[in-house]
Ligand binder design. Structure first.
Ligand code: GLN
Length: 492
């Protein structure tokens, strides 16, 4: 079996039926990382010894039929998600030496399901960015075209899956950081309903928006991974006790009668023509499969980017206050006065984008401005949410592009923050509304770059998202980066 193209499901099955061993699967993944990572920059810490120890432990179990749903599956974990004893830098100098004493709940659940964490995936610093260029440890490159960004902030996770280094990865999505890199790298990325997955052990960026989510080559793999990590957690009071269904079992390919709403007014301007064409033809495929495509209005979406960048920066300025070189993070040496030490530690530890956001967030929360900015943004958030809920009364799903453009060249938006922020125009809405959304590959541009279709659904109705995305995937298949861009068709 070729581990670089096999799905997580196929790898597990080969392990369970004895065709291969966890050690062989793990060694192959480590070898792929060793040979490709220098060119991609997708992975930061890789702990070969501990991954191989876990693989050996899985191989030592007699009855493999009792193995977990992700048994022997190598997984990359975004570097803002804590892994006990394995550095977790969040892409920041501030945490360059931080090896957490505990693992995030999502990581613990992965391991309990038999997965092998092979290493940490590069990302924008503190998950702030849309290109993975804001990492203190160098940018990630898009496996489809290494002169381009993989998107961000979970760019390392998406690139690792797209390049076939690992079949699965964890990312985090605050305003689009799982969905947008999935779109730009041609893989599946899921932002679960807010509260579906525990944030315990996720380095906080904007707590009312942050969610951990899966990146995978197929919808089925993403559904299995989400089921493993989802559900109530005593360590995160915002997790919901809603039952976690067996999403995989419900993938029947039947989308007849499913009502999909398309906010065409959003697509009128600013969307790349090839993105728009790929999304339109994907909707035609779904219509031919029996879905009912309707035009819908989605109110107040013009407020989404400004509201998101006020709320997210306000929460970030508060969450990042703890990194002062005393309680947490890098400490500057040589300062004798306390205040000077704080200032220099933060000046040295944080990169330019993080500083920009801390300053903006502190400003929007400051006395005299809080009503004009932060409170107004909260009101806009309520209106945006109401707009989504009204639309989801009429339709089962909302479809739109994940990103207005395909992968852009490295450096193109690096010094133009507003252009970078506008990369998120289609993803921040679902984040603010707290609803689930996923991105699925739906085409390639003439230049061979992937395009993502985004589907958003009702709170806790990931089932419909997975069912429709899987039906589409049966038609479209999955393509790996390569000269022809057509590695494999037909999904799982
Ligand atoms: N690109 C968005 C931002 O920079 C989203 C980031 C994220 O979802 N973590 O804030």
């Amino acid at each position: 079996m070729d581990g670089s193209t096999a799905t997580a499901g196929a790898l597990r099955a080969a392990f369970v039926d004895g065709t291969t061993t966890a050690t062989m699967i793990c060694e192959a993944a480590l070898a792929r990382i060793a040979s490709r990572n220098a060119e991609l920059g997708a992975m930061l810490a890789v702990d070969e010894a501990s991954a191989l120890r876990r693989a050996a432990a899985l191989d030592a179990v007699d009855d493999r039929r009792r193995a977990g749903p992700l048994a022997a599956v190598p997984v990359a974990v975004k570097d803002n998600i804590c892994t006990a004893g394995l550095t977790t830098t969040a892409g920041s100098r501030m945490l360059a030496d931080f090896a957490p004493p505990y693992s995030a709940t999502a990581v613990e659940r992965l391991e309990r399901a038999g997965a092998i964490v092979v290493g940490k995936a590069n990302c924008d610093e503190f998950a702030m960015g849309s290109s993975s260029e804001h990492s203190a440890f160098g940018p990630v490159r898009n496996p489809w075209d290494r002169s381009r960004t993989p998107g961000g902030s979970s760019g390392g996770s998406a690139a690792a899956v797209a390049a076939g280094l690992v079949p699965l990865a964890l990312g985090s999505d605050t305003g689009g950081s799982v969905r947008q890199p999935a779109a730009l790298c041609g893989c599946v990325g899921v932002r679960p309903t807010y509260g579906r997955v525990s944030r315990h052990g996720l380095v906080a960026f904007a707590s009312s928006l942050d969610q951990i989510g899966p990146l995978a080559a197929t919808v089925r793999d993403a559904a299995v991974l989400l089921r493993v990590i989802a559900g109530r957690d005593a360590f995160d009071a915002t997790t919901a006790s809603a039952p976690v269904p067996d999403w995989e079992a419900a993938l029947d390919g039947d989308v007849r009668g499913c009502r999909i709403g398309v906010p065409r007014h959003l697509l009128a301007s600013g969307v790349d023509a090839e993105v728009s064409a790929a999304v339109t033809s994907a909707l035609e495929v779904l219509a031919s499969q029996g879905a009912e495509i309707r035009e819908i209005a989605l109110a107040h979406t013009d407020l989404a980017v400004p509201a998101y960048y006020l709320i997210a920066t306000a929460e970030a300025s508060s969450n990042l206050a703890r990194y002062d070189g005393v309680r947490y993070g890098h400490r500057a040496s040589g300062e004798r006065a306390l205040r000077a030490m704080y200032e220099r530690s933060r000046a040295e530890g944080f990169g330019a984008e993080v500083k920009r956001r801390v300053i903006l967030g502190t400003f929007v929360l400051s006395a005299g401005y809080i009503d004009a900015y932060y409170r107004q943004a909260q009101q806009a958030r309520e209106q945006i949410t109401a707009g989504f809920m009204a639309a989801l009364d009429e339709v089962d799903l909302i479809a739109m592009p994940t990103s207005p453009t395909p992968a852009f060249p490295l450096g193109e938006r690096l010094h133009d923050p507003v252009a970078m922020y506008l990369s998120d125009v289609f993803t921040v809405g679902a984040s603010l509304a707290g609803i689930p959304a996923l991105s699925i590959p739906c085409g390639l541009t003439a230049g061979g770059l992937p395009v993502g279709l985004q589907l958003a659904g009702r709170p806790f109705d990931e089932a419909t998202l997975f069912r429709v995305a899987d039906a589409f995937e049966r038609e479209y298949g999955f393509r790996r980066p390569g000269p022809s861009g057509a590695g494999r068709r037909g999904g799982a």
